[in-house]
Design a protein around this ligand. Structure first.
Ligand SMILES: Nc1ncnc2c1ncn2[C@@H]1O[C@H](COP(=O)(O)OP(=O)(O)OP(=O)(O)O)[C@@H](O)[C@H]1O
Ligand SMILES: [Mg+2]
Length: 493
């Protein structure tokens, strides 16, 4: 069975000279507009290099795009409810906690903060729901009755911490618009949807700041030791600085927070003499970002404070793979959303998600995956890419863990098979012109939600990003050098 294919936005291949010339122009455009990252091999703070990008926007069906945009506020609210359901989080995570130290440490912080009473009832959620078109279709052998090369889209996962590409998403549209204009295809720009992810996400931060309501307070970005994805982070700072010159932004690692930030007797987080209004985590989602007990201590200190956190610790727990899997179990969406039409719409975006807990249903899932490992992805409770297992590795890991409680730290997910599209990926240091390759895309829809357990102050969709990778690659992290920046070219199908 050959994989379904979507037509590219203009006929390919491009003529050699045209391709070389437009790639050279595009690289310079990239460097001059922040389509960049820091070089991992030759790191210096004095230079950025181009981030990998797809030369032309990748096709995406308009109806499916619209559906994803419209669904986002519903997903935001669902996540908000999940994050505030103590019993559900506790029950869902309990088996994974016994075998996954990282999630257990996060959970312990949540329990401590909850037991002493949350100093700040408001949370800021800046979420990103990642989705892929599914080319296999249950309706007919291979193709939908619509005879389109996709059936619908399915959710890969929803991110609740450090959901990046608020800048790189929109700027991908801008660079590809420039490229299409240089190719004499300006009339195609109308198929590229506007993308206000950067301003949408930043206004989430400033709205939370205003709700905090302390004049002269500051915003704290929690950052990694070295930020390779520096453009994406800095453009958030530039945007806030432009719109709200009254707001100062600090960047600190967890280690620096341990050393420099204090809690006063009102549980305000004080940094450099200023009260911290909003804490925005761009780090803190993987074990390596907590190398010692100091970083865990810093995290606890922040969570205990009155600052509005993005995300608060319970929001981070709500974004775990285990929670996503639990939401797909029968009756669970209904518990959070009732039995209305919205529940059905959310259920439709789930692909097969299975628990690997040490019980009968976990056993069935293990058997099912061992029988056809290629159909599945095995996922631990991790963020940041590069942790999932695919194909033969799924089989090997399950054979190894089958009789061990360790398997409860993972979930099993059906693999989505998106349609292919041909395209050129421009990479730093690679030969020009790039080869024409088969690619697949993953769309991320941003959402912003601010609220307490009982009151929602704002809930909206906030732009999008598209990442594209080689069709035979398992994962597509752009910062990891696997995926490439892209933007959708909407098709009426
Ligand atoms: N069910 C699936 N079918 C196909 N591909 C998948 C599936 N799940 C994950 N992937 C691929 O693996 C990548 C990483 O998966 P996932 O987003 O679940 O992990 P993560 O570590 O949380 O990554 P991120 O840092 O992007 O949040 C996805 O971007 C996608 O390319
Ligand atoms: Mg993730």
């Amino acid at each position: 069975m050959s994989q379904a294919r979507l037509a590219s936005c203009i006929p390919l291949p491009l003529e050699h000279r045209t391709l070389v010339s437009v790639v050279e122009k595009a690289k310079d455009w990239a460097l001059m507009h922040g389509v960049g990252m820091r070089d991992r091999k030759h790191f210096t703070k004095d230079a950025i290099q181009i981030a990998p990008f797809v030369l032309l926007p990748s096709p995406f069906p308009k109806t499916e795009f619209t559906k994803a945009i419209e669904l986002q506020p519903i997903l935001n609210e669902l996540m908000h409810k999940v994050a505030h359901d103590d019993e559900f989080l506790t029950n869902t995570l309990q088996n994974a906690l016994q075998v996954d130290e990282f999630t257990a440490n996060l959970f312990d912080i949540w329990v401590k903060v909850r037991d002493e009473g949350m100093a700040q009832p408001i949370s800021l959620g800046m979420l990103r729901s990642d989705i892929m078109l599914e080319s296999r279709c249950p309706h007919t052998e291979n193709q939908c009755a619509k005879h389109t090369p996709y059936c619908s889209w399915k959710q890969v996962e929803i991110n609740s911490i450090a959901s990046g590409f608020g800048h790189l998403g929109p700027v991908s549209r801008e660079i590809q618009s420039y490229i299409l204009r240089q190719l004499g295809q300006a009339e195609l720009l109308k198929n590229m949807p506007e993308n206000r992810a950067l301003s949408g996400l930043c206004s989430g931060i400033t709205e939370a700041y205003d709700l905090f309501g302390v004049p002269g307070s500051v915003v704290l970005f929690v950052v990694e030791e070295v930020s390779y994805n520096i453009c994406d982070q800095r453009f958030h700072e530039f945007e806030i600085s432009e719109k709200r010159p009254d707001i100062m932004i600090y960047r600190r690692t967890l280690t620096e927070i341990y050393e420099e930030a204090t809690l006063n007797d009102k549980k305000q987080l004080i940094l450099d003499g200023h009260t911290v209004a909003v804490v925005y985590y761009r780090s803190g989602y993987e074990p390596a970002q907590y190398p010692t007990a100091k970083e865990w201590d810093a995290r606890l200190r922040v969570e205990r404070s009155t600052s509005i956190k993005c995300p608060s610790i319970h929001y981070q727990l709500a974004g775990t793979k285990k929670v996503q899997q639990a939401l797909a179990a029968p009756g669970v969406l209904e518990k959070f959303m009732g039995a209305g039409a919205a529940t059905g719409r959310v259920r439709d975006i789930f692909t097969g998600l299975y628990s690997l807990d040490f019980d009968e249903s976990g056993e069935r899932a293990v058997d099912m995956a061992l029988a056809d490992a290629e159909r599945f992805v095995l996922k631990p409770q991790r963020e940041g890419g590069g942790n999932n297992l695919y194909g033969a590795d799924v089989r090997e890991a399950l054979l190894r863990m089958r009789h061990s409680r360790e398997r409860a730290a993972y979930i099993l997910m059906e693999r989505i098979l998106p349609p292919l599209v041909s395209g050129y990926v421009v990479r730093p240091g690679a030969a020009v012109p790039p080869p024409l390759t088969d690619l697949v895309s993953e769309l991320g829809i941003f959402g912003v939600i601010i609220g307490t357990k009982d009151k929602i102050y704002c809930n909206r969709q906030a732009g999008h990003m598209l990442r594209t990778k080689l069709a035979d690659a398992n994962e597509g992290g752009v910062a990891a050098g696997l995926g490439a920046l892209d933007s959708p070219f909407l098709l009426d199908m």
